[in-house]
Design a binder for this molecule. Structure first.
Ligand code: SAM
Length: 366
């Protein structure tokens, strides 16, 4: 290392310390010292490097603000933000050079630190805050299980479709992917006729639904006999079965269901489910769904996009960003279809735009 690079390194370190100090001093305002960079700009530094450092300063400052707001670990925040800068900006490598020099141990340590903290990123928290703000008035909306029961009792089941769902029909080949005899899971199944359609094709179906009336109607309206028995593992739950068609419908709260009851599934059809659960339960829901996915599972998810400030739901608005934040870390997500689904029904809700998206979600192979 020559003398001039050594002094440049020292200057850069001094500048970083300054950024930390100013950030900590005033975490909620933008870096007060844009002029600081120009005033002390070292003659040999490029504009790009300065811009990067400014960016880094702002990132660290945001991390500190996040720390103050959410009690996150400041070291993780800062390092993760630096990692983000690495990813976005090739020139950040020169920064690593400055901080770790040619010391291989420090470089490896740096990399491990950045990777380890990526999972508890303040960016994740920021993204989460962004999503919550996108949900508008729906973010805190809670619908009790009893309200669903009431809807069934009063026959207010406008969500039920007498025909097989178009999006399922359109995308069934992508779900099956050449497989036969697939085990399908239907969360919040209602009395969807899609279950019979798949069973008629030789697949087996497991559904979960809170309303006993819905389950009984499903079998009766489809002229199927059924047995009913308690589920010892879930107090108060019952399972209704037609063994000939291989359909088992569990009458219980979805969150009492788990992979210890029926194992994992090769396919999931999620229509009227993620969009029906309370928006505040989406993380819990996604964790359950992921735990029910076999390695070769192909999960078809139907979501709805509209302005959540114009209608209170359900169905609730689920932005694509949230689909990615819920499933993206363990699954690959492909948007298969996006259609304008606006009809008079949604116009009566006060909407002038209503889009239906269908995603194919598959576990990442590693
Ligand atoms: C919008 S409907 C959709 C039904 C079905 N997927 C369809 O496409 O027709 C939502 C259903 O979920 C049921 N439900 C709501 N919350 C539930 C929960 N936590 N556990 C089980 N079922 C639930 C309701 O009774 C209702 O039948």
């Amino acid at each position: 290392m020559n003398a001039s690079s050594g002094s440049s390194q020292t200057r850069n370190k001094t500048r970083l310390i300054f950024i930390f100090k100013t950030s900590f001093h005033s975490p909620r305002q933008s870096i007060p010292s844009r002029t600081f960079y120009t005033e002390r700009q070292p003659t040999e530094s490029s504009t790009k490097r300065l811009a990067l450092q400014a960016k880094l300063g702002v990132s660290i400052q945001a991390s500190l603000a996040a720390f103050i707001d959410r009690s996150a670990c400041p070291v993780s925040c800062a390092a993760e933000q630096i990692l983000a800068v690495f990813i976005q900006e090739r020139h950040a490598l020169s920064l690593r050079e400055n901080m770790c020099g040619s010391n291989v141990f420090l470089r490896v340590l740096w990399l491990f630190l950045c990777r380890a903290i990526a999972s508890c990123s303040p960016l994740t928290a920021d993204r989460q805050a962004n999503i919550t703000s996108m949900l508008g008035q729906q973010a805190d909306r809670v619908m009790a299980l009893g309200e669903w029961e009431e809807r069934w009792q009063q026959n207010k089941i406008g969500f039920h479709q007498p025909e097989v769902h178009k999006m399922l029909k359109n995308n069934i080949d992508k779900v099956l992917n050449g497989r036969t005899g697939v085990r399908f899971f239907f969360p919040l199944c209602g009395k969807a006729v899609d279950m019979k359609w798949l069973a008629d094709m030789g697949h087996s179906v497991v559904g979960v639904e809170i309303s006993e009336k819905a389950i009984r109607q499903f079998f009766e309206e489809n002229n199927m006999t059924y047995t009913e028995e308690p589920v010892p593992a879930i107090p108060g739950a019952k399972v209704y079965k037609n063994s000939e068609k291989n359909i088992s419908l569990y009458q219980c709260d979805l969150y009492n269901f788990s992979n210890s009851i029926e194992g994992q599934f090769g396919a999931i059809w999620d229509r009227g489910s993620l969009v029906a659960i309370n928006p505040g339960d989406r993380e819990k829901y996604a964790a359950l769904i992921i735990s029910l996915m076999a390695k070769d599972c192909r999960y078809l998810l139907d979501t709805l996009l509209y302005n959540p400030d114009l209608y209170q739901g359900p169905p609730f608005f689920v932005p694509d960003e949230q689909v990615h934040s819920l499933f993206g870390s363990s699954c690959d997500i492909e948007l298969l279809q996006s259609e304008d689904a606006l009809t008079d029904k949604q116009r009566n809700w006060g909407l002038d735009k209503f889009t239906e998206n269908v995603h194919l979600i598959t576990p990442k192979s590693n």
